[in-house]
Structures are given as structure tokens and as C-alpha cells.
Design a protein. Sequence first.
Length: 335
Amino acid sequence: MKNMPAAAGERALLIQVSIGRQDKTSASDSLAELERLAETAGALVLGNITQRRERPHAAFFIGEGKLAEIQLACREAQANLLIFDNNLSPIQVNNLDLAIGVKVIDRTELILQIFARRARSAEAQIQVELAQLQYLASRVPVSAKQQRFQGGIGMRGPGESPFQLRRAPMLARITVLKKKLRAIQKRRRQTRDRRRWPVVCLVGYTNAGKSTLLNALTDAQAYVDDRLFATLDTKSRLMFLPQRREVMLTDTVGFIRQLPHGLVASFRATLEEINAADLLLIVADASQAYVNEQLAVVRSTLAEIGAEQPALLLFNKADRAPAQAALAQLLRAHP
Ligand SMILES: Nc1nc2c(ncn2[C@@H]2O[C@H](COP(=O)(O)OP(=O)(O)OP(=O)(O)O)[C@@H](O)[C@H]2O)c(=O)[nH]1
Ligand SMILES: [Mg+2]
């Protein structure tokens, strides 16, 4: 993986519990996405174990009977990491870790890890550290035996130094980071208030092609890659329109299903850009089988951050074969 050394020896099994009547295809799509996320974080994915349940098991999320099967699978595949597609409670993470004896992380923690590794600007790093700390503060280990605090994928800050695992210093650090972030946001707001151009924001699911579009329309030379969360530091560029008109075109961080709320709050500064835009261009990857589901995620995330300005929907990657057939149907479904 380019410029991202794999965490040494991270061999992962993916675990997914489908609850109630969750659609089978959407569950397998979510699992495929989890695999891409795990690989982006540097883990080697060895396989997956799935289970269907009416409701989550209170102590383990997954059924108690599955624990032995998972343990055996870990031993056979020599896995040292379990990644749950479901978001787990702190107690469930601890219980699983102790019962199976292998490090357990969930979807949220995995996404936070990717953000931590990829954050470059001071602002993005503060946002990531804040999100990680808020998440970790509720997950202080109950036992030194727990595998999850032995390094590797899991909580490492952008500086790759292990966190202090005590709650009080964490909370103090959270206060400091929030203050720093507010100062950066204030500066940003002042620049924005002085702006002379209408602002158009590119938004959409991760990997939809937002940065590619920014590059095509301006000279931004933004980083483009066929991986999830290529963009974490956003760019703005002037775009020239006919009749000598200009707009400011802004790229943003992609959305994803089950985006952690703590993260959404921490990335408010970035998302503020969306709120302050005059027009949103929603970029959707028409070659994705689950483009409608992805669009639903984008719309609900926009609603969550209170973005209510006019939006244009734009179907991208129409050149790809699977998209050709789907396109006509999509255009009918989204007039
Ligand atoms: N075939 C095809 N590929 C495209 C098109 N637009 C973008 N891509 C590819 O899709 C991948 C993702 O593009 P990006 O522009 O990085 O996507 P993004 O929405 O900025 O993604 P994140 O920043 O990761 O959220 C890249 O490999 C692009 O080359 C398109 O119109 N057709
Ligand atoms: Mg991008």
C-alpha cells in the first residue's frame, strides 16, 4: 500500500452480525466496504465470519455460541485482530477481548485509525485526535491483559505515540484540543466572511470522484486515489464560468455509512464549509451497485449537519460499464 506501511503482523478476521431483517445484499456490501477499510488501515484480511440474530447479545454482541468458533478460526488462520462491522459498546469490546484473547476493534475505531494515519494539516490532526480521545475516554481498559492496548491498529495518534490510558489526562487534553480547534474555526470563518465569490461545495460518498471533478474543473491538482478517504484535507479553487463569472469550488471529506457521531462533531470545521456553501454538488458513483444506498447516507448526513442549501445531483463514472445500464434507471429515480 502506497505511503502507508502495514502495521506489522496485523492479520484480521472480519466479523459481521446482521440484526433482524437487515437486507442480505446490503450486509455483504457493508462487509466488502469493511474489507477495503481494513486494507486501507494496513491489515491483511484473512476471512470473515457472519451471523444473523434477532437482536444483539448484551455482553458480546455476537452469540455466545460463536465465540468458540471465532477462537478456533483465529488460531487456524493465525489472526491477531478481529474487526466487527457493527459498532460495539465499550463493555462488549472488553468482554470479547477477554473471552477470545485477540484484539477486538469495531467499524468506528477502524475509521478513526485511517483518519489518524492520513491526517496531514494541523487542523485535521487536531480533529482526529479529538475524535479518538472522545471515543477512547469511554473505553479505558479494565484489565492489563487486554490485547487491544498492545499496539498495532487501534489507537495511535497522528504522531504515532501511544495515548495515556487514564481518563483524567484525556479529558484535560480534550479541553485543550477543543480550544485550539475553536481558534482555527474562528480564523476560517473570518476568511470566509471576507470572500468575494459564491461557494460551491462538492459533497458525496467516499471514493465517488469529488477530487477528480475538482481537478477537472480547476487547476487544483488535488490528491486522487482509488481508496476510501483519499481526501482528508480539503482544497478550494476558483472556477471560471462563461460570461466572466467565477465561483469558489470546494472539495470535502467523503461520507460513509455509520459515520461515527463523535467524528462528525470533530470534523465540524470541515463540514462547516458545507454549511456555508451557496450550492452543493452531490457527486454519486453511478458504477456502484449500491449508489442509492450511498445517496441515502449522503442525504441523511447532510440533514444531520443541518445543510439545507440547494443541491444538484451529479452521476459520476458514467463511463464504466456497469453504470451504463443503471444510469437510465437512476435518472428516472432521481429526476
Ligand atoms: N472510470 C472512472 N473513474 C473515475 C471517475 N471519476 C473518478 N474516478 C476514479 O475514482 C477514484 C476515486 O476518485 P477520487 O476523486 O479520489 O474520489 P473522492 O470522491 O475524492 O474520494 P475520497 O476523497 O476518498 O472521499 C479514482 O481512482 C479516480 O480515478 C470517472 O468519471 N470514471
Ligand atoms: Mg477526494
